[in-house]
Design a protein around this ligand. Sequence first.
Ligand SMILES: Nc1ncnc2c1ncn2[C@@H]1O[C@H](COP(=O)(O)OP(=O)(O)OP(=O)(O)O)[C@@H](O)[C@H]1O
Ligand SMILES: CC(=O)N[C@H]1[C@@H]2OC[C@@H](O2)[C@@H](O)[C@@H]1O[C@H](C)C(=O)O
Length: 397
Amino acid sequence: MKRETLDLHASRYAVGLMSGTSVDGIDAALVQISDASDEGVSVRLIAFENTPYPAAVRQEIFDLFDPTKATIDKVGCMNVLLGELSAEAALAVIKAAGLKPADVAVVGSHGQTIYHAPEPEKRHGYDIRYTVQIGEGSVIAARTGIPCVTDFRPADMAVGGQGAPLVPFTEYLLYREANRTLLLQNIGGIGNMTVIPAGCPPEQVYAFDTGPGNMIIDGVVERLYPGQTMDAGGAIAGRGTVDEELLELLTKEPYYSQPLPKSTGREMFGSVYIDRVLDIAKRKGMKAEDVVATVTMLTAWSIGDAYRRYVRDRAPADVLIVGGGGSYNPVLVGFLRRVMEPMGVQVMTQEAIGHSSDAKEAVAFALLADYAMNRQPNNLPNVTGAARPVIMGKISY
Ligand SMILES: Nc1ncnc2c1ncn2[C@@H]1O[C@H](COP(=O)(O)OP(=O)(O)OP(=O)(O)O)[C@@H](O)[C@H]1O
Ligand SMILES: CC(=O)N[C@H]1[C@@H]2OC[C@@H](O2)[C@@H](O)[C@@H]1O[C@H](C)C(=O)O
């Protein structure tokens, strides 16, 4: 990962855009990237903005998660609309930083995943893995006048990788420590964990999706409390009691014991899954707040279970650093402490160590785009399962 092409200490501005599996809006980070004299870079967050999606747009995006509804005209149209909204988000964060578009070297935009199929399917004798992120880079480049890198995941999948998770590459660059083994746990729609052993080289970093993050919590709350899209502050779960029987049943989901590398998404923990949970809860006559408390505990349990199964013996960790929207749910973080601390792992939030939970993924896509522009590999093959390092991202000038 050593940078070869750049002047040491040269610095430039980049924008990173992320629209995650929760579909809550577009996160935009403006960062200053400087090359360090040793391996890697340093990144300073200058400005961060979240632009929520209008409710009708959010609904139309959700409709695209159902392959029977995602007709090609709707996907094509939303691809361009999200390009427009992404360009506006980029321009807004540039303005918030007191800069002009001409000051910015690159925009890296993850886009919105609408389908992710990382396991190979045999088609006409070929192993096919595919993933679809929309938010047209040509539109972002045209509106901002800045080169834009999009569509990061397919390059990793083309060489046998899962195309996810990608953020561990930048987490290694920005968080590694000489003396502590870190677990970076993102709790967005999906939960994902990055393991960074103390003083390790990049080949020893590994990461995987632990399972649901807030996706089930959000899904259950939306159905049981019409008009609410999340359990803000964990207020509902805080009033409820975990139903051990339902929890036990939900922990049997085969994904949790599937071997690494693995990644998951709305295809597994989306609306069909929510229907199933709510059916069982109804048959048991459960109170709404108990259902929310139980699925909140399920997320915490899945993280602890993943640590026990895939990490503890290989890289006993000192600390688990929680990021993503789930870090704003104190009941979830409390459950996580209850699960992790008996195993000797301290639980902290990104904010507690001086980073931003909200901005982390957007920052990552700014840095991944910077690598792409410099024609430098930006995947971690041992994380995604790819056969080799590749340069991910397609450039719209
Ligand atoms: N104040 C809060 N209280 C409780 N939960 C919150 C709060 N703020 C955010 N969340 C949760 O975090 C979710 C959004 O998290 P985030 O923005 O990290 O997800 P994402 O980036 O869309 O997902 P992913 O990382 O899986 O792609 C919301 O849908 C909600 O469930
Ligand atoms: C296919 C896809 O969009 N995956 C997301 C999702 O959201 C969290 C988790 O599942 C992670 O695997 C990934 O995103 C982050 C940004 C990543 O690639 O690191």
